[in-house]
Structure formats: structure tokens, C-alpha cells
Design a protein around this ligand. Structure first.
Ligand SMILES: [Zn+2]
Length: 404
């Protein structure tokens, strides 16, 4: 078997195309494979599909292909333009590559599996290509897969924002709770993001009016956005976010009390954690404090009690429990705790909604940590558009339909 026949088989090149030559240059560490079509071949029109169009002229093209062991491999062919009676002169597409891509389909499939596993910059170094070329491939496959995504069954959604760059620039993620996938990611964290999601949902076969449950934090933008764009959704306020608000009140009490009680210096994390998560040493430190006399300790007890809300056995028990908690917190004479309790009061129904929906952003937090890890590894994605593409890629459960 001649090496061209072997390459032809390995590349699945079919008539009218055939491998005509190969040049292996060990010093340059590259393999060049030349593909050509039989003279006089006819091709289908790429626009209307009419078969048997004659070649009009050709354009030489090159595609990067999978490495041949440690050697870079390139495919070369002259690509015909055909003359179609209906459409005029059109460049045909070759079976081994997408139009206008400088990579073969198999090389793109390799790139896509690599960028799912490691930072794009690393992949770029590994394959010796500039990352902007890789981003073009990523955007193509992500956009194509997203265009095909069916969202008609989406009716429970968790919404949360994540910082795109340190300190500023946010993207908001919309998670289909039942499929545990990010279905939409958009820049910003205002009410408009929810409107953008509703429009995107509708364009993928979904129905904003059919969304019956959402889980959000207590940000006024999300509350407003949901009311305006997902009118039939019952709102559950994320329980972790609710607890965080009460926990922050504990921290405020501690900070002001520390000025009076120096014994509180260095105890911040003792109060922020749950007792079960303290080390033996932290446990001992906490027990050694004069708890009876500290305002911080009272605030801490009120926070622990708030968390018990979520252990109540029924919505009715939950309601009674929260009322009692509210009375206690508002009579604590601890200003930050009173404020936190009032915040809870203003979001009463959405906090209690948890007993019916049992949804929380724990899921989205998991997705967030995937996103954060990817961001850290990539050291900046150059643009929000790139970040969104990676979010869809790792958390969107896309069907990429890669060449195999
Ligand atoms: Zn045509």
C-alpha cells in the first residue's frame, strides 16, 4: 500500500477527492498532505444543492489537521468554485473542513475537547496556534449548538450574577433547574437581563409565561426583572442569600462591639461559621468567651435560629417559626439585627416560598464555582463574549455535534 492510499483511508477521503502526494519533513517537524479532485469532476452547488455543476476555477487552500505523532500536519487542496445555472459562481465546501476555517473538522473537534478541559491559552500554546484563531472555532460551535438548543420544557429557573472581572463587570446566569444547565448568560445584573432571558427563551421554543418558579437573591433588579418579564413565576429568595444577610448583621454587631471588648479581636470567623464547621481549637476559643455578656453572642444566636427556619417540617410551621424569630430579632436592641429582620420582613413571601418550591441557588453556586475555576485558569478571557462562550461550553450541556 502506498503512503498516499494509507493517508486517504486514515482521512476518509472519498472520490472525487484523493490524496495525491505527501511530504514528510522531519527537520521541520511537519507532514504536508496534498489532496486533489479528478479532472472533469462535477460538484453540487453549495447554495441550492443542484448536482453536477462543472468547476469554474479553483483556489488553493490549507488546513491544519491532527498532529502526525509529534509532527504538525497540514492538508492542501485546490478548492473549486462551480458555475450553477441558478446561483452563479459559488465556492464548494470540502468534506473535511468548514467553509473559511483553516482547520480540519477533526482538528476542530480536538480543539473543542481540549478547551473543555483546560484554559484556552494553554491549548493555544499546546497546539502552537494563536488563541484568537481558537476563539473563532469556539464561538462557531457554541453558537451553532445554542441555536439548536430546545428550551420548551424550561419552567423552573435560578438566576444569579457572577463577577466577570475582579470588582466590576458582571454576567448574569440563568439556570434551568431541572436540567442543571446554564441556558442563558448575559452581561450586567440589572432588570434588563431578565428581559433578555425571556426573549432568548422565546426564541428557543420556550415560553416566559410558562416559567412558574424562579430562585433569586433579594436584589431589587432581579425582583423587578422577574415581575416584568416572567409574570407567572413565583419567587423563592435563595436561602443562602437570606442567611448571609443575617450573618452580615452579626459581623456588624461584632465590629462595633470590638471597640469596647478587646476580647473580640480575631474572632470574626468564629461567628461567621456554623458550630459544626469549627475546628476543636476554634470551638474552645468560642467557649472561652464571656458569651452571656456579649452582644455579638446574642446576634449569633439569632442567626443560628434563623437557619433553623429551614428545618421546619411544613410551610405552616415555617410561618409560625419565622414570626417568632422576627419578634425576637426586632426586640434584640441590636440595630444591624433589627435591620436584617426588616429586610426579611420585606421579602417574607419569597423566603417562605422555599417551603413549597424547595429550590435554592446551591445548584447555581456549583455552576458558579466551575465558572470561577475556568476564569482563574484562563487569566482573563479577553472579552465578556469569550467568557459567556466558556460558560455555555462547560455549564450549558450543549450538544456540540463534533466530527468523530
Ligand atoms: Zn445553485
Amino acid at each position: 500500500m502506498r503512503d498516499t492510499s494509507l493517508l486517504q483511508l486514515a482521512l476518509s477521503i472519498a472520490p472525487p477527492w484523493s490524496v495525491t502526494a505527501s511530504d514528510f519533513d522531519a527537520a521541520a517537524r511537519r507532514l504536508d498532505i496534498h489532496i486533489d479532485f479528478v479532472a472533469g469532476s462535477r460538484f453540487a452547488c453549495p447554495s441550492c444543492g443542484t448536482a453536477g455543476c462543472p468547476a469554474y476555477d479553483t483556489e488553493p487552500m490549507t488546513w491544519r489537521h491532527l498532529n502526525f505523532f509529534q509532527h504538525q500536519a497540514y492538508l492542501h487542496a485546490r478548492v473549486p468554485r462551480v458555475r450553477c445555472a441558478a446561483c452563479g459562481v459559488k465556492k464548494i465546501s470540502v468534506p473535511w473542513a468548514r467553509p473559511d476555517s483553516g482547520f480540519s473538522l477533526l482538528f476542530e473537534a480536538l480543539l473543542m475537547s481540549l478547551v473543555t478541559a483546560m484554559p484556552v491559552n494553554t491549548v493555544a500554546r499546546l497546539v502552537g496556534e494563536h488563541d484568537t484563531r481558537l476563539w473563532r472555532v469556539i464561538h462557531h460551535y457554541v453558537e451553532r449548538a445554542r441555536a439548536r438548543t430546545e428550551l420548551s420544557a424550561v419552567d423552573r429557573v435560578a438566576i444569579d450574577e457572577t463577577a466577570a472581572r475582579r470588582g466590576h463587570n458582571y454576567i448574569t446566569l440563568f439556570v434551568d433547574i431541572d436540567q442543571a444547565r446554564v441556558v442563558f448568560a448575559t452581561e450586567g445584573k440589572d432588570a434588563e437581563t431578565v428581559a433578555a432571558f425571556a426573549a432568548d427563551l422565546a426564541s428557543h421554543g420556550g415560553n416566559p409565561d410558562a416559567v412558574r418558579e424562579v430562585c433569586i437573591d433579594m436584589s431589587p433588579s432581579f425582583i423587578k426583572g422577574v415581575a416584568g418579564s416572567l409574570p407567572n413565576a413565583a419567587v423563592t429568595f435563595d436561602r443562602f442569600h437570606a442567611v448571609k444577610i443575617v450573618n452580615e448583621a452579626v459581623d456588624q454587631v461584632r465590629r462595633s462591639e470590638r471597640r469596647v471588648h478587646r476580647i473580640l479581636a480575631g474572632t470574626r470567623y468564629l461567628w461567621l461559621r456554623n458550630p459544626a464547621n469549627l475546628s476543636q481549637r476554634q470551638r474552645t476559643s468560642l467557649d472561652s468567651l464571656p458569651l452571656r455578656h456579649l452582644k455579638t453572642a446574642r446576634a449569633y444566636q439569632i442567626r443560628l435560629a434563623f437557619q433553623e427556619l429551614y428545618e421546619q417540617p411544613s410551610p405552616e410551621n415555617g410561618k409560625v417559626f419565622l414570626k417568632r424569630w422576627y419578634f425576637w430579632a426586632t426586640h434584640s436592641r441590636l440595630a444591624p439585627v433589627v435591620d436584617a429582620a426588616r429586610t426579611v420582613k420585606r421579602h417574607w413571601d419569597g423566603i417562605l416560598r422555599w417551603f413549597d418550591s424547595k429550590i435554592a441557588n446551591g445548584l447555581i453556586e456549583g455552576i458558579n464555582s466551575l465558572v470561577q475555576a475556568a476564569k482563574a485558569k484562563a487569566r482573563g478571557y479577553r472579552s465578556i463574549r469569550n467568557l459567556k462562550a466558556i460558560v455555555y461550553l462547560i455549564a450549558g450541556k450543549l450538544d456540540l455535534q463534533l466530527a468523530a
